[in-house]
Design a protein around this ligand. Structure first.
Ligand code: PHE
Length: 340
């Protein structure tokens, strides 16, 4: 019997198959219920006790060889791993795939972060789904106050109000609630307003909020910081001007214009002949807002500003229609490749 087993081992070791069907035939011949190995195990019962040990070991050896050979065949012909064409030259270089480009809004967002991080501003983020307190009440928007209508809000739930944040000023409140002054941070993020989509407006857009709280922060600090930003972003010759404005959470409040980057202030169709274009809202943080967030308004003062990333990008790259930022047409996006 030992010899018979040895012969079978030889046969199995030399066995070759060339397709899945033959691999299956191998399995049936040796390993199935009616296969050769089962017959041998039947015969094994009749082996006399003296040889049982030796024959048993040999039989087990045969079984494990047959099993591993069968697995090997099976894997070889399993779907996917089958016949790679002999004509295929795997050493050839592959087709060059085109490199993508960063989205212009990401480029400008990064640039804004870089500019402010050079003067010590950190980056903070807050949730896009916001409660009434952080989006409105803590920012000094009294309930039912018409100022709430300035921002056409998307409501998720009413009473208590849960909204999509209408501005990144909500992050100001969260930062002040969680950090002690001095605070110097910017908060980039998406904001949502229920506005009709046009070349100049969208229901989703991006803002960057800035917040600076410390002892003795003055309006001059605000102006200096924004002037630095404008020159870094739009070039050294850029001028700024601040016009009085109103926001419930800042007092005094202002809007900032820069000299038109296209005509250097001479007047063109981008600035509608004015020589100036508006880029952001700003002001000194209202003492009520500081107190709402648990900061002592007798000891600390601060400034805040908020700008739209789309607006800055449109001015920087002469994009005339805001909708282009959301359509992701590669002919548009490819133009920003060199701006990496
Ligand atoms: N949150 C204001 C807006 O969305 C902008 C702003 C931010 C104004 C900070 C003043 C201070 O219009």
């Amino acid at each position: 019997m030992i010899e018979k087993i040895q012969e079978l081992i030889q046969e199995i070791v030399n066995f070759e198959v060339s397709n899945a069907e033959e691999a299956d035939q191998f399995r049936i011949k040796f390993l199935s219920r009616k296969g050769l190995l089962n017959d041998l195990f039947e015969d094994f019962k009749k082996v006399d006790n003296a040889s049982k040990r030796e024959v048993g070991q040999k039989l087990n050896e045969l079984k494990s060889i047959a099993q591993s050979r069968s697995n090997e065949f099976k894997e070889r012909f399993e779907a996917g791993s089958s016949s790679i064409s002999k004509d295929l030259d795997l050493s050839l270089p592959s087709e060059v795939s085109e490199l993508g480009s960063r989205h212009p809004l990401s480029l400008v967002r990064k640039e804004i972060i870089d500019i402010f991080s050079h003067i010590g501003f950190t980056v903070s983020e807050g949730p896009e789904i916001e409660d009434d307190w952080h989006n409105f009440s803590a920012l000094n928007f009294p309930e039912e106050h018409p100022a709430r209508d300035m921002q056409d809000t998307f409501f998720i739930e009413k009473k208590p109000d849960i909204t999509l944040r209408t501005h990144t000023s909500s992050v100001q409140v969260r930062v002040m609630e969680n950090q002690k002054p001095p605070i110097r941070t910017i908060s980039p993020g998406r904001v949502f307003r229920n506005e009709a989509i046009s070349a100049r407006a969208h229901c989703i857009f991006h803002q960057v909020e800035g917040l600076y709280i410390d002892e003795d922060v003055s309006f001059a600090d605000l102006k200096q910081t924004l002037m630095y930003f404008a020159k870094e972003m739009f070039g050294d010759k850029t001028k700024i001007r601040l016009r009085p404005s109103y926001f419930p959470f800042t007092e005094p409040s202002a809007e900032m214009d820069i000299s038109c980057p296209f005509c250097a202030g001479k007047g063109c169709n981008i600035c509608k002949g004015a020589g100036w274009v508006e880029i952001l809202g700003c002001g000194m943080v209202d003492p009520n807002v500081l107190e709402n967030a648990g900061i002592d308004s007798k000891k600390y003062t601060g400034f805040a500003f908020g700008m739209g990333i789309e607006r800055i990008t449109m001015l920087k790259y002469q994009v005339k229609d805001l909708r282009l930022f959301f359509e992701n047409d590669v002919r548009f996006l490819n133009q920003f490749k060199s701006a990496f």
